[in-house]
Design a protein around this ligand. Sequence first.
Ligand SMILES: Cc1cc2nc3c(=O)[nH]c(=O)nc-3n(C[C@H](O)[C@H](O)[C@H](O)COP(=O)(O)OP(=O)(O)OC[C@H]3O[C@@H](n4cnc5c(N)ncnc54)[C@H](O)[C@@H]3O)c2cc1C
Length: 45
Amino acid sequence: MCQKIAIIVGAGSAGLTAAYELLKRTDIYPLYLRKAMSWEEFSEL
Ligand SMILES: Cc1cc2nc3c(=O)[nH]c(=O)nc-3n(C[C@H](O)[C@H](O)[C@H](O)COP(=O)(O)OP(=O)(O)OC[C@H]3O[C@@H](n4cnc5c(N)ncnc54)[C@H](O)[C@@H]3O)c2cc1C
């Protein structure tokens, strides 16, 4: 049987909660995509 995968775009609170609930309650494997930070954004931290 094929592994079911959900692709979640955005690793904010909604995306991470969705990934957690999928892992906890289903056999669907969450794959979340996180936006890369630019050097300008990084240097402003
Ligand atoms: C200054 C400030 C203070 C706050 N303080 C509080 C507080 O004290 N308590 C509280 O309950 N709430 C607070 N909030 C609100 C809270 O942050 C939001 O309600 C919550 O983060 C929304 O979650 P979200 O997952 O929907 O969105 P986000 O947290 O915005 O997550 C979205 C994610 O998607 C990513 N993303 C965007 N575009 C792409 C793309 N193209 N590809 C991949 N990833 C992408 C972003 O980088 C981000 O990580 C505050 C908000 C702000 C702005």
